[in-house]
Design a protein around this ligand. Structure first.
Ligand SMILES: [Fe+2]
Length: 403
């Protein structure tokens, strides 16, 4: 955020996202609440900010109308809270460490949210971060090519070891019919062919809700695309670029993903199917920690915000899952057909508002993380969720087929 002007950091650019300065002070308020107040038993540093920076009491759409701290004040608030956190840590230690890890990850999640805001609002200059080297485009990947996943049992969810969110637990077994899943996410070339081939005008490919949304907002292509005399361009976080045919399509709503799948005689994978394709080693009868094994991503996936956008589909052959699926982690979040619901035996932890209040038929689950997801979340068991009409997130499509 450093290169952005104060005005850009403080403005409400869209009701879909918070002003960036809200995220900053919210990170401070959350850390103060959990680590200094609740964990260490100290009074809040700024009780007068508590409601304004509480995500539930103050929904995104109204955050721009509040007397928010300005940028300088928000940064000072962050620094003051961090000092208190470190002081209580030095005094009492981290306990079992769980709350500290939760707060650390909360900040990392907001990192991704803030990058969404920056891209959506088309703020320049972009973050002064060097763009990581891109793997060579292997070409030939479309997202329409399937790989086989055998039927039978598999496990779903996080083990009881280490940190995971409540909605990822408990780990449990499911039995699936054999299916096929896309070797890679659907690419821009494939999505462009859909858009230019009547994808957004053929009623039969759309659900009723999806069609109504598309008509209301006059949607004719994924978010961030623009046509012109020199061909299609795409707004990336650091400006316009020609639409790269080999990259996974991004800023696609669940409705668009669903229509694209129907147009190709396919469907979206269910959550269990997605996780099985990403982790299940049929030979050992065990789920891998990551698609490729136990080691963290380290060059096997485009995560951690260094790519500043998706990389060409299939660009990380070392990141293949046991069934041969590529790019399950990183690049773009992948919509599943599944509603966000709890696993059998779910226990809310450490607070109901983390996930329980979102369970139901309203939200759809996305898996796999994006280029802007920090490594800790880019695990095959992490569940993200959003409304089916939303596409401000870095969301794409992977197809599935019955067998
Ligand atoms: Fe938050």
């Amino acid at each position: 955020m450093a290169p952005l002007s104060d005005a850009d950091v403080e403005a409400a650019h869209t009701p879909l996202m918070s002003p960036l300065v809200w995220d900053l002070a919210h990170i401070a308020a959350y850390e103060d609440l959990w680590l200094v107040h609740r964990f260490a038993g100290e009074p809040l540093l700024a009780p007068e900010h508590a409601a304004m920076y509480d995500a539930f009491e103050t929904p995104r759409a109204v955050r721009g109308d509040l007397p928010l701290l300005d940028r300088r004040q928000a940064l000072d608030y962050l620094a003051a809270v961090r000092q208190r956190t470190l002081a209580t840590l030095a005094e009492r230690g981290p306990g079992d460490g769980e709350l500290h890890e939760m707060v650390f990850r909360h900040e990392q999640q907001h990192d991704e949210t803030m990058l969404q805001s920056i891209e959506l609002a088309r703020l320049l200059p972009a973050p002064a971060v060097a763009r990581a080297a891109r793997p060579p485009a292997p070409g030939g990947h479309t997202g329409l090519e399937p790989v086989d996943v055998p039927g039978g049992p598999c496990t779903l969810g996080a083990t009881s070891e280490g940190f995971a969110y409540d909605n990822e637990r408990p780990r449990h077994e499911v039995v699936l019919a054999p299916f096929r899943i896309g070797r890679t996410p659907v690419t821009n070339a494939s999505f462009l062919a859909f858009a230019e081939g009547g994808g957004y005008v053929r009623r039969e490919w759309w659900s009723d809700e999806g069609w109504a949304w598309k008509e209301d907002y006059d949607i004719t292509h994924p978010g961030g695309w623009a046509g012109g005399p020199d061909g299609w361009r795409q707004w990336r976080i650091d400006g316009w670029a020609p639409l790269d045919p080999d990259e996974p399509a991004v800023h696609v709503s669940w409705f668009e993903a669903d229509a694209f799948a129907r147009a190709h005689g396919a469907r979206l994978p269910s959550e269990p199917e997605w996780e099985k394709a990403a982790t299940w080693d049929h030979d050992t009868g065990e789920a891998r920690r990551y698609p490729w094994g136990d080691e963290p991503p380290n060059g096997r996936a485009n995560v951690d915000q260094t790519g500043l956008g998706p990389h060409p589909a299939g660009g990380y052959p070392d990141g293949a899952s046991p069934c041969g699926a590529l790019g399950t982690l990183g690049d773009v979040w992948e919509w599943t057909v599944s509603d966000f619901r709890c696993y059998p035996g779910f226990v809310a932890h450490p607070y109901r508002e983390y996930s329980e209040v979102f369970f139901g038929s309203e939200y759809k689950v996305l898996r796999g993380g994006s280029w802007a997801t920090r490594t800790g979340f880019a695990t095959p068991t992490f569940r993200n969720w959003d409304l089916p009409q939303r596409r401000q997130i870095f969301s794409g499509v992977r197809l599935a087929w019955d067998r």
